[in-house]
Design a protein around this ligand. Structure first.
Ligand code: 9D3
Length: 255
């Protein structure tokens, strides 16, 4: 997998290569990182990448010429890369989007800055526009690194063992259960009895219910999409959670 990243802050993008799982994936040639400095495709004295918006208004707009030249340079690495623009106007980047990108050969990430990019660049060069969440950042570099991180860990061989829980349809829409390690008592608080029992089935049941409780409280939006096995439905009923979840899911069915 090749990631080309087009940015006016190449050093910021380079930083994620210094440590951790991504850097190892690069060293082991499981991914290639091709960092493109947008200013290399400017030809004026000040190497400008932005200009004032036609029609007036606040802020600056990224000029299309350097962006288009940078994408063409990225295309020299492969025939048909997917060109992704990181922008607050994009569709939500989620695990499904990460999985879809993980089967691409070459992904070009265009990091926006300022108020956005010239619409003609977007129309002619961009395949998809992605946002990483409803909060305001100063540019697309950190979002691009998030995409690289999320996609890289899905590439076979990057993680020691592929995290099968990632793809488990019964657990992917649930938050992780609380976890404990030694000591058995910390600041007067003991580890839940069920986890010390050595009864693997009891542990599994306890964790499932704890996951559902946590998800109900923090991310009810996830439960709307969750599906449960018959055994899980039985457990939920026994804990009095079934009605709450079915109600949540019913609320979403009709507008
Ligand atoms: C006043 C309108 N703002 C758009 C909602 C201006 C604006 C804010 C932030 C324009 C660009 C940016 C820079 N952000 C990104 O480039 C960005 C981003 C983000 O801010 N949040 C979540 N995901 C992303 S992906 C790229």
């Amino acid at each position: 997998m090749i990631f080309s990243v087009i940015s006016i802050f190449p050093a910021l993008v380079e930083a994620c290569m210094q440590e951790g799982i991504i850097s190892r994936a690069v060293r082991e040639s499981l991914v290639e990182l091709d960092i493109i400095n947008l200013r290399d495709f400017t030809f004026d004295k000040h190497r400008t990448t932005d200009d004032r918006p036609f029609g007036g208004g606040e802020g600056m707009v990224m000029t299309p010429e350097p962006l288009s030249l940078a994408v063409k340079a990225a295309r020299e690495k492969s025939l048909q890369p997917r060109v992704i623009l990181l922008s607050p106007q994009g569709r939500a980047f989620d695990q499904g989007a990460a999985e879809a990108l993980s089967s691409e050969q070459h992904v070009v990430l265009v990091c926006g800055r300022y108020e956005g990019v010239d619409e003609r660049f977007r129309e002619h060069y961009v395949d998809a526009e992605l946002s990483v969440g409803d909060f305001i950042l100063t540019g697309g570099e950190l979002p691009a690194l998030m995409v690289i991180d999320a996609v890289t860990r899905l590439i076979p061989g990057v993680l020691g063992c592929t995290d099968s829980a990632d793809r488990d349809t019964f657990s992917r829409n649930l938050l992780k259960h609380p976890q404990y390690t030694r000591p058995r008592v910390f600041e007067g608080e003991a580890v839940p009895e069920e986890l010390l029992s050595g009864d693997h089935e009891a542990v599994r049941r306890y964790r499932f219910i704890a996951s559902v409780r946590r998800t109900l409280e923090r991310r009810p939006d996830l439960l709307v999409r969750a599906s449960f096995s018959l055994e899980q439905l039985r457990l939920l009923r026994r804990c009095g959670l079934e009605a709450q979840i079915l109600e949540l899911q019913r609320m979403q069915e009709k507008p």
